[in-house]
Structures are given as C-alpha cells and as structure tokens.
Write a protein that binds this ligand. Structure first.
Ligand code: SF4
Ligand code: SF4
Ligand SMILES: [Zn+2]
Length: 271
C-alpha cells in the first residue's frame, strides 16, 4: 500500500491511497462515518424555558452542536466501569446554560454553554441555539457522552467522508486537432490548451463524468477517460470534534479489531 497526503489542515484531509481495493477503502469510509466515536449532548434537563421553542427542539439543537472530543480520557457509556445509566466522570460531561434577555432581543449561542471540562466545549462559539425576547429565560443542564454515528448522526466525527477512483486521462496526439471542445466543456477545468496542444492541468479534480469524451468530434474520440482500479482519492472533513488524522487512525484501529473478531469467530467454527 502507498499513501500520500495531498492536502491537510485542522479540519480536512485528502489522501492518495494506492494498492488497495474497493471493499477495503469502503470499510474505512464506513468506519469513519459509523464507528469512530465522538462527544455529543445526549440528555438535557430543562430547568426553565420561556423561549418560543419547545424543550424538545432546544434539546435537538443542542445535540447537533459538534463538541471537541477527548477520546483518551472518556469511555463509551456501554464500556464504562460505572455501568450506570446516569454515567460518571469518565463517561459523561455536564454543560450548563443560564441566559435571560434583560433588554431587547438576544441570541443565545453555543459559546454560552459552560462545560465542567474546558477541553469538551463546542467547536464553534457562534452556533445559534435560540432567540430570547425581553423577559424570556433559558436555564438547562446538558449531559454529553461519547457515541457512534451508527446510532445517531450527531455522533459522526465528520461532515463528509468519501473516496473516488484515481482518474487516468489519455489524449491521442495523432488524432487530436486541438479544437478545444474538451477543454471548454470540462466542469472541473482539468484540461488546458497550451501551444496548440491539449494537456492535463489538474488530474485529481476529474470526476470521471466523460463530458470531454462526448464532446470530442473525432471518431473514435481522441481523448479517453478511465480510472485506476486500485488507487483512490480519499477525503474527509472533520466537524472539528477530532483532528482528521486521529479519525483515520481510529477507523484503522476499529477495522483491525473487527478483522480479529472475524478471525476468532472462524476459529470457533473450525473447532
Ligand atoms: S471526465 Fe469530466 S471532469 Fe474529467 S476531464 Fe473529462 S470533462 Fe473534465
Ligand atoms: S475535443 Fe478531441 S480533438 Fe478536440 S482538443 Fe479535445 S481531444 Fe482534441
Ligand atoms: Zn461511567
């Protein structure tokens, strides 16, 4: 296997992965989406709510606020030694909110949630929760827990995770008269015309749509778009809950665990 990181910042990662097949890369994608845990608000005790939104809607909005996650300090509730429905300091974080509109209309933002652990806070302070007009109050206590995307999308550590085949574009220099139709039609500006020739400017941007092939007036077309069978461009965008490389590492660890479990089940069947 060969891996090259094409782009990386604190939220996004794009990699070129060669030497693997579709089931493997898809298993990684599914683990990123469904199995890598992150922290989200799961229970809310509303002490006072005189806003226009019902308690359930506020609880739902709170659940969807991405929280910075610390996977090393917290346990999944089902794996925690406390075995308690209410949780303990190792499987639950309490956040409180206490706001009142004393003058005019105010917007209550995610940044106003006060967490008992300064490392488990909303990834953004500017997510609106509700608007309050003069005299309205919102007081609540919220409990965040680790969970998995397969149980609720609020526990997905990524907003997107996808892969595509690595494109392979061939231009037949003998047949091509550089009419430029393929350059014009390409929605991703993959091709460019230079010195009376068509060249590939940004191969990785190609979506394999085949528009350029269809636009070519030559028969057979002077351009062919194919893809490598065992090479993929894998992209993920973190919600901010975890750094993108930590999400990948967790997905790989989980895949390894799943395969060991699978192998041990086969062993049991053989004995
Ligand atoms: S297949 Fe689509 S995206 Fe790729 S080069 Fe052709 S027109 Fe552009
Ligand atoms: S459309 Fe066909 S002939 Fe025209 S520049 Fe592209 S490959 Fe060459
Ligand atoms: Zn616990």
């Amino acid at each position: 296997m060969e891996i090259k990181v094409l782009e990386r910042d604190d939220r996004n990662m794009r990699m070129l992965i060669k030497g693997v097949d579709t089931p493997f890369i898809n298993a990684l994608r599914r683990n990123v989406l469904a199995e890598v845990p992150c922290m989200s608000i799961d229970d809310v005790v509303i002490i006072e709510n005189s806003s226009v939104l019902h308690d359930e809607i506020i609880a739902h909005r709170l659940g969807l606020i991405p929280l910075k996650t610390d996977l090393d300090s917290y346990n999944l509730p089902e794996e925690c030694t406390c075995k308690s429905e209410f949780g303990c300091n190792l499987c639950r974080v309490t956040l409180t909110l206490d706001r009142e509109a004393k003058e005019g209309t105010i917007t209550v933002y995610s940044g106003e949630l006060v967490s008992e652990n300064p490392n488990i806070v909303p990834v953004s302070d500017k997510i609106p929760i509700v608007k309050l007009v003069k005299g309205q109050k919102l007081r609540l206590e919220a409990y965040a827990r680790l969970g998995k995307g397969k149980n609720h999308a609020k526990w997905q550590p990524v907003s997107t995770c996808s892969y595509k085949y690595l494109p392979k574009i061939k231009i037949d220099g003998e047949n091509c008269d550089a009419c430029g139709n393929c350059v014009e039609i390409c929605p991703r500006k993959v091709l460019a015309k230079s010195e009376g020739k068509v060249e590939i400017r940004d191969l990785l941007a190609c979506t394999l749509c085949q528009d350029c092939v269809e636009a070519c007036p030559k028969q057979p077309p002077a351009i062919a778009v194919e893809w490598e069978k065992n090479a993929f461009i894998f992209s993920l965008e973190s919600t901010g809950a975890l750094p993108p490389e930590r999400i990948m590492m967790e997905a790989i660890k989980i895949l390894e665990k799943q395969l060991k479990e699978f192998a041990s089940q086969i062993e049991v069947l053989r004995t």
